[in-house]
Design a protein around this ligand. Sequence first.
Ligand SMILES: *Cc1c(COP(=O)(O)O)cnc(C)c1O
Length: 378
Amino acid sequence: MSDLLIMTPGPTEVSEEVRRAMSKKITNPDLDPEFFDFYLGVSSKLQQVMKTKNDVIIMSGEGILGLESACASLIEPGDKVLVLDNGIFGRGFADFADLYGADVTRWEFPYDKEINIDELESKLAVENDFKFATFVHCETPTGIINNAGGITNLLNKYNILSVVDSVSAIGGVPIEVDKWGIDIILGGSQKCLSVPPGLTFMSVSDAAWDAVNNRETVVRGYYTNLQLWQNWYEEKYFPYTQAISDIYALDAALDKWLADEEIFERHNKIASAVRTAINESNLNLYAENGYSDTVTAIEIPETIEYQELNQLMTESYNVMIAASLGKFENKLIRIGHMGENCYEEKLYRTLKAFDHSLRDLGFDLNVELHKIFINEMN
Ligand SMILES: *Cc1c(COP(=O)(O)O)cnc(C)c1O
């Protein structure tokens, strides 16, 4: 178990320097003035990753907390919210919006493709009186990345605020929050930044702050209320005690990330080589287009049971990959090649384990996946 390679699309592997950072001596984050400056410094590193001057908040809680906070803080009962849905997480936003009393309009797009910008444009031309719209940057369960800049460009034309779940994309693909005009973008610690699960972070534009502040009704939540995060630095006050050791870890991971000049190139090269290996074999990628460089979803051959495959891979080959979610459970397997997972030797080991496990289960693979992969890398 000790050398089990965690190749899931989050949580990802955590580097030794990040683990070490978690064991640093702590201070009292509510009272020590130095902690406020430290926190501000970590926020500014996140601003660099996301290319934004907007405020960045880091909250204690997993990625879902960010999604829910955005909905809780923006929505007043009856507000019109547009949910762009081309996957499990995209659709899930409708549940959060519903929970806070929004009047939800959900536009479903095919799940095996990125959201088609022309189609979105013609729909928006007909209906566009929404307070904000939500969409998912990378649909982790299916490995599809949406054209975030293209979508927000359209939303901005109609003054629709944007709430973007980029939990499994931030850090693995280039993101231009200010250039693309994203109002709220959400991230999590355990995906491409390779910090243990426990933190969510977001950037909030001036327009989004205005919407959060100019409400007629109170925010129905405390932990999810972004209003409380407005002047934390000036007032030296956090709404609750910060998870200081987790933030130490995030800081160390961001230093590593910012020093890594090849991060996007590596994600792209490795993801392409994984896709080539699958495409040259008698296996199938799930997606038709919009392949994410952070995660790949592969169809499980009909003769194979996911449980058996997974058990073999973990027990015999010490590699953990993931099933999918919702209606794709038992239909797709996913390899996460993001953050600390995104190294040639790890993908080689993963594809070799996958290749051997499929053969062990009687599937007649026509090529050797790991060999195609390594050829592509060279
Ligand atoms: C991982 C992830 C989240 C956070 O959800 P968990 O399943 O609880 O980890 C949210 N959105 C997306 C797109 C994610 O990949």
